[in-house]
Design a protein around this ligand. Structure first.
Ligand code: FMN
Length: 164
């Protein structure tokens, strides 16, 4: 059991969770008119092998969350170490994020970005509201992988992978 008194603060939560290194992805979706939308997402996780499920968590304040709620498919573009500018671009508010970025439609129609380490097309399997985020669980229908090194996010900063 926990009480309000015992909980961590938002700052403590962010600091602790930031110690868990992640990759960086661009989650993408098409709107009803066929225009691409997306945002930078590090909450990507694999969930299940059979069936092949992954998840991302989107904050309720995310400007295009309704598009993800209405979508049948979403895309996950895993960034490589040379794509930090793309991560910043897709995290910046108030601009047409795909306006100046080359993209192509996957087999399911989702926007896919050239040059990524992995590109996944997911059918929305379930959406669960959880706290101030929605968890989108997707069934992976198509994927492509490329060689390269990942962009890492750790403790609020971008990093490169180093072999031990
Ligand atoms: C490295 C990084 C990881 C992020 N991961 C997430 C995430 O997992 N979920 C999320 O909702 N927002 C995440 N964001 C924030 C969004 O990319 C974006 O800033 C947010 O959608 C605000 O823009 P908007 O409200 O105009 O869409 C992340 C940002 C950065 C820079």
């Amino acid at each position: 059991m926990s009480s309000d008194h015992a909980r961590v603060t938002g700052a403590e939560f962010r600091r602790a969770c930031g110690r868990f290194a992640t990759g960086v992805t661009i989650a993408s979706v098409l709107d009803a008119a066929g225009a691409p939308h997306g945002l930078t997402v590090s909450s990507f996780t694999s969930v299940s092998l059979e069936p092949p499920l992954v998840l991302v968590c989107l904050g309720h304040g995310v400007s295009n969350i309704q598009l993800f709620r209405e979508a049948t498919y979403f895309g996950i573009n895993v960034l490589n170490e040379d794509q930090q500018a793309l991560s910043d671009h897709f995290a910046r508010k108030g601009h047409d994020r795909f306006g100046s970025i080359p993209w192509e439609k996957g087999a399911s129609g989702v926007p896919l970005i050239p040059g990524c380490l992995a590109r996944m097309e997911c059918a929305v399997h379930r959406r669960v509201e959880m706290g101030d985020h929605d968890i989108f669980v997707g069934e992976m229908m198509h994927c492509e992988v490329s060689e390269g090194n990942p962009l890492i996010h750790f403790a609020g900063a971008y990093r490169k992978l180093e072999l031990l």
